[in-house]
Design a protein around this ligand. Sequence first.
Ligand SMILES: Nc1ncnc2c1ncn2[C@@H]1O[C@H](COP(=O)(O)OP(=O)(O)OP(=O)(O)O)[C@@H](O)[C@H]1O
Ligand SMILES: [Mg+2]
Length: 252
Amino acid sequence: MIEVDGVTVAFEDVIAVSDVDLRIETGEFVTIVGPSGCGKTTLLRAIGGLEEPTAGDVRIDGESPAAAQSTGRLGFVFQSHTLLPWKSATENVTFLREMANKEPRREQARALLKTVGLGGFEDTRPSELSGGMNQRVSIARAIHLGADVLLMDEPFGELDEITRDELGVSLREIWRRERKTVVFVTHSVPEAVFLADRCLVMRGEPGQIERVFEIDLPAPRDETVLESRAFHEQVAAVRRTLHESYTVGRTG
Ligand SMILES: Nc1ncnc2c1ncn2[C@@H]1O[C@H](COP(=O)(O)OP(=O)(O)OP(=O)(O)O)[C@@H](O)[C@H]1O
Ligand SMILES: [Mg+2]
């Protein structure tokens, strides 16, 4: 379980995250949406131990984020990939496992690349792949690391809509199969609803969780869900809250 207790992150002149309490169960898929600058990335970074809270505490199964990170239990996927340019896709996928002193599994890495739609590109370097393809390598890398908790910050931001949908379906599939805990930040409301068990809507200035939506959609989810009435209704509900909090944020 991820426990966020009274977490505040203040920078010089802004309170990016203000007194946030949050519980995320093991195996849960949580998405976070909110206007630009409302503190999504900061909250995610605080959960991952990349940002030290000014006040409050984060625990991952009772451990500090730093301890969880040192044992390879946390996997990060950011909007812009952080791949090593001189390594092939497969080598990039296995690299973090090696760094965490876990045995790299080449064949599993190659299979994962196929799962994210990169069959045939196993030996290709990042400079010869598109932004979206490199993003898929980063996702495969985080999964291959064997992290229990995946912290993802707009990982599909650079992708076209069809690829996003497809990758969303495979991410849900991998999440179900491997029982990961996922915290996923996105600007896309449909994506946030499609992926989530729970969708958090944040508002900014100061950054807080405005509302929590329990998402009620069939599992497993495939592309047909995207056309269902239940899906559209929940997207509309999240969008309404987002618009309301945005207006409140603008007018004080
Ligand atoms: N390292 C930093 N130093 C100073 N201010 C920061 C820093 N990081 C973030 N901020 C500020 O904290 C606030 C929240 O930023 P954050 O990046 O968490 O927002 P976000 O919700 O992820 O936005 P976006 O959707 O645009 O990615 C913003 O006002 C931002 O300017
Ligand atoms: Mg951000």
